[in-house]
Design a protein around this ligand. Sequence first.
Ligand SMILES: [Zn+2]
Length: 341
Amino acid sequence: MSSAGKSGPRYALGMDIGGTHLRAGLYALTAGRLERAPSPIASLREKVGDQRSPEALCSRISVILKKLWLSAGLPESDFNVSEIALGIAFAGMMSGHEGHVANSPHFGWRDVPFGKLLRAELGKSSLVILNDVNAATFAEFEINPKSERNDILCLFVGTGIGAGAVCGDQLLLGATNTASELGHVKVAWGEDARLCACGRRGCVEAYAGGVALQSRAQRELADNPSSLVVALAGDISSIHPGHIDQAAAQGDIYAQSLYSEIAPLLGLALANAVTLLNPDMVVLGGGVLDNAPVLKEKALEHFREFVNPPALIGLSIRDARYADSAGMLGAALFALRSSTL
Ligand SMILES: [Zn+2]
């Protein structure tokens, strides 16, 4: 029988299950802990594919656990799931703290007891499932030296807008595990407010999220094919937020007027979150912000204008350090933190 119950986990496995790709990394622990900025001893990245039922995903996770163990060169006879702290970062809205998925448009799931199914599949009671943005936030938090890591707020602007916060050394999850949904903070209201993917109107994501920006520019520039945005993209259907940003940097009227509308809204949402939480570090990341320096700079100008001034004292703002690996690493770290093995 394993001695894991007394000595704790020897490995941590983090898995980031997104809408298109799945990434997983197995990490070796030193005295029950992970080093700062660790590298996995085995990892994989594969397409999620069409098999998206809860049952199919659970059995796939089981296969991946074993696969990573073997590809790390560990003996098959030593494989023991109870010695692995397991964390899953999932692209979906959670409900409660037991891995219940309230809604995941990527997987077509509503009210799925994912945690319960996965525990049954693996025969493992201690595992954590958390929202992928919260997992990425936890990785960005843990990378900081102890002396610098207190309260952080992460803002990710990619296809949508997500945020996460660590307050007083604890990942902020909220009563029902839906804290930090900054993308769905309202910045407009009424019938003219833009419709968000969540079904409500006026969310900041409906203005400044990557999908919203891209589809709006494609629609509005259909009648204006001479715009620099279109020239940079090659054609209307190839426009992405990076082209809008390059055009704005070169003085394009359309791009600049679009930014004069959305940069204040993004700055407003961030300012209100910082006013509320008073973090000592803000981390910015995501595919849009990484490729839109003009938008980032303008949003930050508005952020400084709107935020409660005392909250700016000592506040540092940095770019996210992890890109693709943030979710899997954060999930592994959070599983380790939560481990009751
Ligand atoms: Zn929304």
